[in-house]
Every structure is written in C-alpha cells, then in structure tokens.
Design a protein. Structure first.
Length: 56
C-alpha cells in the first residue's frame, strides 16, 4: 500500500479498517524498523533492508 502513494483514508478503506488502526500500524512499523517516514519504509523494503514476514 505504501508504494502506491496512498493516503491513510485510502489505505483504511481498501483494507476495511479505521484510519486510526492504519496510523497505529504505521507507528509500530516505524518503531520496529527504525524508519522515520513512509518513504523511508518503502525504500528500505524495495532495497531488501527489511524482511517481510507473515507471522505477527
């Protein structure tokens, strides 16, 4: 979702969750990865600096 430049309301609508839930999930991702922005998170993922896992 982040690589499509979608805004929080658009992401929330697509995933069927509240905007606050999207914001909370992004906050946790930033804390876990050390990324400071959506752009940084997207670049880290595209450059292979992040491991994607289906486990929560």
């Amino acid at each position: 979702m982040l690589d499509h430049s979608r805004l929080t309301p658009q992401i929330a609508g697509t995933l069927g969750m509240s905007e606050k839930t999207v914001e909370n999930n992004l906050t946790r991702l930033f804390a876990r990865t050390g990324c400071r922005s959506r752009l940084d998170l997207t670049l880290a993922c595209m450059q292979g600096r992040l491991r994607l896992s289906s486990a929560a």
